[in-house]
Design a protein around this ligand. Structure first.
Ligand SMILES: [Zn+2]
Length: 101
């Protein structure tokens, strides 16, 4: 292969990689943005609720999606705020959480 051909090939690969970096960068931006938003939302809750939310987040991370979906269908909250508590009707937090999973 000629040197120019090799360079062209290399250039194409690097362009591809750069595109991938750009996509990942945008994804990281959106995650950071959401993280910041959630942090701000959480600050509006009293200390007690914040503690419960942190503990629930740990429990939720230990559960698989299927278990969580089953828990929800059995009538329990799977959201960070009321995790494990009996659910009366639909919970907006739970539904929002399931949509994100
Ligand atoms: Zn809930």
């Amino acid at each position: 292969m000629k040197l120019t051909e090799k360079l062209i090939e290399l250039e194409e690969k690097m362009t591809e990689m750069l595109e991938e970096v750009k996509t990942l960068k945008m994804y990281a931006y959106s995650l950071e943005d959401e993280n910041e938003k959630l942090r701000r939302e959480l600050c509006q809750y009293p200390e007690e609720t914040k503690k419960a939310v942190e503990e629930n987040a740990e429990k939720i991370q230990g559960e698989g999606y299927e278990n969580l979906a089953r828990l929800y269908n059995e009538g329990f909250h799977i959201c960070h705020i009321h995790f494990g508590q009996p659910r009366k009707g639909d919970c907006l937090f739970c539904m929002g959480f399931m949509r994100k999973m």
